[in-house]
Design a protein around this ligand. Structure first.
Ligand SMILES: NC(=O)c1ccc[n+]([C@@H]2O[C@H](COP(=O)([O-])OP(=O)(O)OC[C@H]3O[C@@H](n4cnc5c(N)ncnc54)[C@H](OP(=O)(O)O)[C@@H]3O)[C@@H](O)[C@H]2O)c1
Length: 263
């Protein structure tokens, strides 16, 4: 008799809204089991109920603040206690801040680095060895088109996303021979709570049009399942990334500064 397939447990950070919530819906529709995390517990529970009913997959909720240094290890301990081995890690939690580097509150800039960089790297480091050992699964890291050039007036955010892209590309090559995929998803402007949190709502960048979180998530999961290193959803965003590659750096950073400029 064939053994039942092990559930493909998928840990999604930042699942309480936007791209993360849609990634949860897309993975569940494809039969993955989910562990949802973010700070807002009630939102996660509501999403978990919706997904269990719609797709009949197991869904666990583990609410915590990934800005805390200990949080990734705590998460890992909770998973171990429940006997859950992570098949797919989705590092999606992140936020941006618009404004002058010299005047934005430094505490908030450091909190951004803690979440966008430190927590993401820690979760990769905690989960990747098990994936390599099992020769199964992988990591989907949410970077941004911000990763492809410097971004005046969002300097720290752009730098954090350059880190995410660079780390993911390197891990892609390190993990591939072991049967493990690492993918960087690089969305452009996308409808979610991000632009509110970042103070970007009135920027040229967001006024020029946004993609839906649902579409970004679908394209991201398809690219991950296809084993791609980098996924850029949307023709306009792909053109921008190509532009950033071939234009002189002073031009591409000036364009970035213009579209999100401080008027
Ligand atoms: N929207 C865009 O235009 C865009 C473009 C490119 C890349 N991205 C990236 O896409 C990812 C998802 O963003 P989004 O657009 O979906 O924005 P969003 O709607 O603001 O979602 C951000 C998610 O991160 C979680 N989060 C924030 N701080 C956290 C913390 N300290 N600990 C744990 N979770 C935390 C939030 O949940 P809680 O508040 O409940 O903790 C929320 O679930 C981010 O990495 C962002 O940089 C977004």
């Amino acid at each position: 008799m064939a053994m039942a397939e092990e559930p493909r447990w998928t840990l999604i950070t930042g699942a309480s809204s936007g791209i993360g919530a849609e990634l949860a819906r897309v993975f569940a529709a494809r039969g993955y089991a989910l562990v949802l995390t973010a700070r807002r517990h009630e939102r996660l529970e509501a999403l978990a109920d919706e997904i269990r009913q719609a797709h009949g997959v197991p869904v666990e909720v583990m609410a915590l603040d990934l800005g805390d240094r200990e949080a990734p290890q705590d998460l890992r301990d909770m998973l171990q206690e429940q006997g859950i081995a992570i098949h797919t890690l989705v590092n999606n939690a992140g936020f941006g801040l618009r404004g002058y580097f010299a005047s934005l509150p430094h505490e908030k800039q450091l909190a951004m680095i803690d979440l966008n960089i430190t927590a993401l790297a820690s979760l990769c480091r905690l989960m990747l060895p098990g994936m390599i050992e099992r020769r199964r699964g992988g990591i989907l890291n949410v970077a941004s088109t911000a990763a492809f050039q410097a971004g005046p007036y969002m300097a720290v955010y752009y730098a954090t996303k350059a880190f995410v892209l660079s780390l993911s590309e390197a891990l892609h090559d390190e993990a591939k021979p072991h049967g493990v995929t690492v993918t960087a998803l690089c969305p452009g402007p996308t409808e979610s709570e991000f632009s509110d949190t970042a103070g970007l709502k009135d920027s040229r960048l967001f006024k020029a049009g946004v993609m839906s979180s649902a579409e970004v998530a679908r394209i991201g999961v398809e690219g991950y399942e296809a084993g791609q290193a980098i996924v850029i959803p949307g023709a306009k965003n792909r053109a921008g990334a190509v532009g950033a590659k071939f234009l002189p750096r002073f031009v591409s950073r000036r364009v970035a500064g213009l579209v999100q400029g401080m008027k």
